[in-house]
Write a protein that binds this ligand. Sequence first.
Ligand SMILES: Nc1nc2c(ncn2[C@@H]2O[C@H](COP(=O)(O)OP(=O)(O)O[C@H]3O[C@H](CO)[C@@H](O)[C@H](O)[C@@H]3O)[C@@H](O)[C@H]2O)c(=O)[nH]1
Ligand SMILES: [Mg+2]
Length: 276
Amino acid sequence: MSRQTTHYSVIVPAFRENGNIRPLVTRIYAALRRGESPVPAEQVEIIIVDDNSRDGSVETVQDLQREGYNVRIIVRTTERGLSSAVVRGFQEAVGDNMLCMDADLQHPPEYVPAMLASMSPTYTFVLGTRYGKGVEMDKDWPLYRRIISSGARLLALPLTTASDPMSGFFGIRKESFLKARNLNSQGFKIALDLLIKAQIPPNAIAEVPFSFGVRSEGESKLTGKVMVKYLEQLAELYWHKFSILVVIFVLLVVIGFLYLVQTWLGSPSTPANHRY
Ligand SMILES: Nc1nc2c(ncn2[C@@H]2O[C@H](COP(=O)(O)OP(=O)(O)O[C@H]3O[C@H](CO)[C@@H](O)[C@H](O)[C@@H]3O)[C@@H](O)[C@H]2O)c(=O)[nH]1
Ligand SMILES: [Mg+2]
């Protein structure tokens, strides 16, 4: 397939997802080949960024390539982590419109055509949202995950107007991605980082509601450590976005404090009418 005809890249971070790769790739291309797809299948590549899972994922991708699917796999041996895998995929992408989605089918492959088609020079960011009209979390998604997700979303409210910045189902145009500096590649929440650091204006975000499914194969990689990393990421983003305000606030407090001290030192210890 010619690189010139590849306008869209689907990036899939994957760790021990061999059982999900074939259904993911075949379902994405089946959706793109449907008559109503706004994006032609020939213009789409899939890049799987695997962290040396050694579970047969490479062989599965080779089989899919032999069957004619435009999919490739990058195996990282010295790095680990969801966000850095996504960043690597974006760096390797040929398409100008780049979509990120999970391997485990929790992001329904049937939404890929709509997600890809939503990106344009006007809408430089597309967000698959679980909080849109007419969609709901899968009822089997555990209560503790819903609570964590809502809490995490609440903490991000001052940072962005996007309805679901925790979502791992999102797309960004290459030119916007290239604007982002100092991305946090440690955590899970790369969409939030990109929204802030690529300075995506609220009116450039297209939202596509989707119903979040449950994982059928393999295990979630969300751990307590990942949650701590999220809090660190939030602190960094708050500083990134509000540092000027924090500096002004601190300056005002210092000036106010100095003024009080000066007034206190300068004020007479005896009442004014007793002075000469
Ligand atoms: N390469 C690589 N991929 C990883 C790693 N850790 C996780 N992944 C991949 O990243 C995807 C999401 O990981 P899950 O472990 O399935 O995450 P989750 O707990 O289901 O979280 C999902 O929901 C969040 C919203 O609550 C999303 O933010 C998140 O992206 C993901 O969609 C999967 O494809 C998984 O294989 C890693 O260290 N390296
Ligand atoms: Mg998952």
